[in-house]
Design a protein. Structure first.
Length: 128
């Protein structure tokens, strides 16, 4: 039972680590020929007016405002279309990983005391 839970936690850590190193993901988006827009989901206005919608594969990037730290997603582009609500321009964004690094409350205390993750700081065997 304990080995299963440790295996689960290690797989969860690996997945979290992968997301912290990933800056974009593959998605499907909808393009409207009349409106010349690209969205994640088909817009009701386009559906109601009978516009021609096409589905295509695209890449989705995550950006963060330098000033207010608010995040925005962008489709197939290296920068968001609009500026931030705080007044920062389009160029005030920085590409960030999909998942932020988790901050632990006592992480600095553990570093000062040379403690390692999951109790591996012991230099002797506990099986005696």
């Amino acid at each position: 039972m304990l080995l299963k839970s440790l295996d689960y936690l290690e797989r969860k850590d690996d997945a979290e680590q992968h997301l912290m190193q990933t800056y974009h993901t593959a998605w499907s988006s909808w393009c409207c020929a009349q409106c010349k827009s690209e969205e994640l989901f088909p817009q009701l206005v386009c559906k109601d007016n009978g516009h021609k919608l096409t589905k295509k594969d695209t890449v989705r990037y995550k950006f963060q405002c330098k000033q207010c730290k608010q995040c925005q997603w962008s489709l197939s582009k290296k920068h968001p279309k609009l500026g931030c609500q705080c007044g920062m321009s389009r160029d005030g964004y920085v590409m960030v990983p999909i998942k932020k690094e988790r901050k632990y409350e006592n992480a600095d205390l553990a570093e000062r005391q040379n403690m390692k993750a999951r109790g591996t700081e012991h230099s002797f065997s506990l099986k005696s």
